[in-house]
Design a protein. Structure first.
Length: 250
């Protein structure tokens, strides 16, 4: 079982910034929803009965998947967005890919500059926080960084800044995340693709990741880290990941 996630002080400040920027969007008395029955009758009442910062993932999970399509509009989404991003930062909300896809649905790049900048700063800082986490040694745990990268691909047209920051992050944690990601994607890499349904409609971003993985620098990084690694299981993971990239590249 993974340990609870505690955001860094910098990420917590980014969250507060999002709260401040989006506070101009109040909770509206009525949130229009689909009448087909896909939204429970008491769902909106629960959102109104709890203060924004006290809403849990259980409260907001349905809204995060339905927002702007069958439940509420952009103004409603912006009201709840600070808390939704906060739950992401604490790793308490599932379906991150769907939620971040809502940013693209709402064309967040066209929002007022303060709003765009606040969300963008959150996403970049969150990515750095994820790379700083200790990696799980449980082989049955899904690849955390892979899920986050897929999520970012739903919101961002260009993943290059995120990949650059990963490449420049020389910490052992970031390198071990790279190894875990390569191994989790090994089956797809040999076929020239990335695994995961969320890449299907984001082939440009997937291509960016593939090119970054196979440019030679990531292989060299893994091989160098393996030589310096003392602990056996960590060294084996690094060696296997480096070898995987060498096979795919050749």
């Amino acid at each position: 079982m993974t340990s609870p996630v505690t955001p860094s002080p910098v990420l917590r400040s980014r969250i507060e910034q999002v709260y401040q920027v989006f506070r101009k969007y109040p909770l509206r008395r009525h949130i229009e929803g689909c009448h087909c029955g896909c939204i429970p009758a008491n769902a909106a009442a629960e959102l109104h009965a709890t203060a924004l910062r006290d809403l849990t993932a259980e409260h907001l999970s349905l809204f995060s998947t339905k927002t702007m399509t069958t439940w509420g509009d952009e103004a409603d989404f912006k009201h709840f967005l600070p808390r939704l991003l906060e739950l992401i930062a604490y790793d308490q909300l599932t379906g991150t890919e769907t939620l971040l896809g809502k940013l693209t649905y709402g064309q967040w790049w066209s929002w007022p500059e303060r709003e765009y900048v606040a969300v963008s700063a959150f996403l970049h800082t969150w990515w750095g926080d994820v790379l700083a986490r200790e990696i799980s040694d449980d082989p049955w745990e899904p690849c955390e960084v892979g899920a986050v990268l897929q999520g970012l691909s739903q919101a961002e047209h260009d993943l290059t800044p995120y990949l650059i920051s990963w490449g420049e992050n020389s910490t052992p944690q970031a390198t071990h995340h790279l190894a875990a990601y390569v191994l989790s994607e090994a089956e797809g890499l040999v076929k020239g693709e990335l695994l995961g349904a969320y890449w299907t409609d984001h082939s440009a971003q997937a291509k960016q990741v593939m090119q970054w993985l196979l440019d030679g620098r990531q292989q060299a990084r893994l091989e160098a880290a393996a030589q310096a690694q003392v602990e056996d299981s960590g060294r084996e993971r690094l060696e296997m990941a480096g070898y995987t990239l060498s096979v795919v590249r050749n």
